[in-house]
Design a protein around this ligand. Structure first.
Ligand code: NAD
Length: 290
């Protein structure tokens, strides 16, 4: 038996076509959605991520504004730019590409982004919304995983889900989203003893550890749903996920590939959040006019 594929690339193309219609509807009312992307420094990986996001904006009918700042940019200068973007009516979403240079306090920068423009969903206010189950702007990667699972018709209620990785941007919000859908959730991390003891009983495994091929065939049960968030560059330059795809797909029920799984969904959810922020600002304007 070979697993069914959670096809993030295909789903993303379908979702972006729908987002484009929503963006055009907004533009027809004089409010083209706009995303400001801020990049500090010249990391090739960050430049590639930003390029992908700009391309996704084009596909989704979102106007993108790029701000590329030199590596030595001061925290004060970055905060000033964010302050300007916060009040710019053409900007509905602000994305600061991470990681930032070490002399800049990332928490201070994320806290400076207006909550209603925080399309990465990293502001503590939006994290709080997620925690208590309010519809704020959710972080894009876990939101992309949930969209993949929903599109495949995978019901999470009563299922045992194991999240490998407990970062603020992937593992923790992922666990909260699975919990909100009724799953019983276990969070594993670098200090977890005997990972297999947890994954072997899981109906759903989300791997987000940043360890190439960490999840092996003998660690999962037949028919499990395996979502691979990992993006790891191997010494030979190729990209590998956190799951040994060739092996695991032989016994899993569903599996997401790398590339072509969660990666494109993350960018699509960023577009979704930008559209949502633009629609919300339009709604707020029309309420204000009454
Ligand atoms: P991170 O380094 O911030 O966190 C990794 C987490 O995994 C930590 O909680 C750590 O304790 C845990 N971990 C590390 N080794 C482990 C092990 N052997 N067993 C169990 N847990 C272990 O990383 P992150 O930002 O959460 O990203 C995780 C991975 O997901 C990376 O490969 C990253 O490139 C990828 N990623 C992909 C997307 C996407 O769009 N597909 C988005 C964000 C991150």
């Amino acid at each position: 038996m070979s697993a069914q594929i959670l096809d993030g690339k295909g789903l993303s193309a379908r979702l972006r076509a729908r987002l484009r219609q929503r963006a055009e509807a907004l533009a027809a009312q004089g409010r083209q959605p706009g995303l400001a992307v801020v990049l500090v420094g010249d990391s090739p990986a960050s430049q590639l991520y930003v390029k992908n996001k700009i391309r996704a904006c084009e596909e989704s009918g979102i106007h993108s504004l790029q701000h590329c700042l030199p590596q030595e940019t001061s925290e004060t200068a970055l905060l000033e730019l964010i302050g300007q973007l916060n009040v710019d009516e053409a900007v509905h979403g602000i994305l600061v590409q991470l990681p930032l240079p070490p002399h800049i306090d990332v928490r201070r920068v994320l806290a400076a982004i207006a909550v209603e423009k925080d399309v990465d969903g990293f502001h503590v206010h939006n994290v709080g919304h997620l925690t208590i189950g309010n519809p704020g702007l959710p972080p894009c990667t876990p939101a992309g995983v949930m969209a993949l699972l929903e599109d495949a018709g995978i019901d999470l209620a009563g299922k045992h889900a194991v999240v490998i990785g407990a970062s603020n941007i992937v593992g923790k919000p992922m666990a909260l989203m699975l919990l909100a859908k009724g799953a019983t959730v276990t969070i594993c991390h670098a200090k977890t003893r005997n990972l297999t003891q947890h994954t072997i009983f899981a109906d759903v495994v989300v791997a987000a550890a940043g360890c190439p091929k960490l999840v092996r065939k003998q660690m999962i049960q037949n028919g499990a749903v395996i979502v691979d968030v990992g993006i790891n560059r191997l010494p030979d330059g190729t990209i590998a996920g956190d799951v040994d795809f060739d092996e695991v797909q032989q016994i899993a029920g569903w599996i997401s590939p790398v590339p072509g799984g969660v990666g494109p969904m993350t960018v699509t959810m960023l577009m979704e959040n930008t559209l949502r922020a633009a629609e919300q600002s339009m709604f707020c304007c029309s309420q204000g006019e009454k």
